[in-house]
Write a protein that binds this ligand. Structure first.
Ligand SMILES: [Zn+2]
Length: 88
């Protein structure tokens, strides 16, 4: 039966959704072909990738919301709501 994923399916603890972010460090290439010492950071941008983890136990998903250690827990999003089915 599908339930709203508002707590950890394993221990009942709180869940977090972590968005992976990325930025680049940009170095100018100097006239001598070497990289300049100074760099600047590009804007931080999300990688369209995130995972859910429990702050209490080691329950976590990968970026496809698959539970690697608990394959019988299916997590998906429906109208922006995280749902899960526990087929254990
Ligand atoms: Zn947990």
């Amino acid at each position: 039966m599908a339930e709203i994923l508002n707590k950890c399916p394993i221990c009942g603890g709180r869940l977090e959704y972590s968005v992976l972010m990325q930025f680049t460090k940009d170095y100018q290439i100097k006239l001598n072909g070497k990289l300049a010492k100074n760099s600047r950071n590009s804007d931080v941008s999300p990688m369209e990738c995130g995972f859910i983890s429990c702050i209490t136990c080691d329950f976590h998903t990968n970026c496809d919301l698959e539970c690697e250690e608990n394959h019988n827990i299916k997590i998906y999003q429906e109208d922006g709501v995280y749902m899960y089915e526990d087929e254990r």
